[in-house]
Design a binder for this molecule. Sequence first.
Ligand code: ATP
Length: 231
Amino acid sequence: MTVLLETRGLSKNFGGLKAVSDVNFRVEKGEVRAVIGPNGAGKTTFVSLISGRIAPSAGTILFEGEDVTELPAYARVQKGIAYTFQITSIYQNLSVAENVALAAHQPGGRASLEPLARVGLADRASQIAGTLAYGHQRLLEVAMGLALKPKLLILDEPTQGLSDAEIDNFITLVRDVARDETVLLIEHNMPLVMELAHRITVLDRGSILAEGTPQEVHANAAVQAAYLGTG
Ligand SMILES: Nc1ncnc2c1ncn2[C@@H]1O[C@H](COP(=O)(O)OP(=O)(O)OP(=O)(O)O)[C@@H](O)[C@H]1O
C-alpha cells in the first residue's frame, strides 16, 4: 500500500483551545476514509489544515511523501488535494455549469460536464446555482471538487440536506469516485459511514480516539462512550 497523505504531530490552537492536538494520521491511496467525532471534535479544523485553508500551530503534512505544510491552498489544489468548497463559494448567480467551469479554471464555460453527470446534476446544468435546493448545492460542490481532477477529494458533510434517495445516489457516487481517487469524508450519518468507509478515524477533543475498520470502530468501547452515547 502507498501512503497518499500523512500528518505528523499536527496541531492547531485557537487561543488556549487545542482544536487539533498532535494528530498522527495516514491515508493510503485508494481508500475511502471517514473522519467522525462529536460536535467540536476538530474535524473541520483538521481538514482545513490539510487543505491549507488555515495554518497549523505545529506539525507536518506530507502528500505523496512531499512536505506541503508551508504550501498555500491553491498550490495544494495543484498537487491534487481538493476540499469541497463551503456553500458560500458557489456563485449563486451563475449557472451550475458555469460554477463547474470556474472551479476547473475554465471560466469560458468550456469545462466538461462529466463532473455534473457523476453527481447526477447534468440535467440541471443551465439552472442558476442559487435556485438549487440545499442538498443539490452540496452535490454541486462535489462536482466542483471533481472538476479539479484531484488525487484526494475531501468531503465535509456532503449529505447534509439530501433526501434518502439522494443519499443512496451519493453512496454510488463515492464508490465510483473511489475507483480513481482517494476520499476523505467527514460525515455525521453513521449508517452511511459504516457502509462506505474502508477505515474510520474517530476524533475527540482534537485527538485520535480510535481508528480501524467500521466493525472495529463500532465495537470500540471508548468510541461508544464518547460518541455513540451507548457506553
Ligand atoms: N476560527 C476559530 N476560532 C476559534 N475557535 C475555533 C475556530 N474554528 C474552530 N474553533 C473551535 O475549535 C473546536 C473544533 O471545531 P471544529 O469546527 O473543527 O469541530 P468539528 O468536529 O468540525 O465540529 P462539527 O461537527 O460541529 O462541525 C471547536 O471548539 C470550535 O469552537
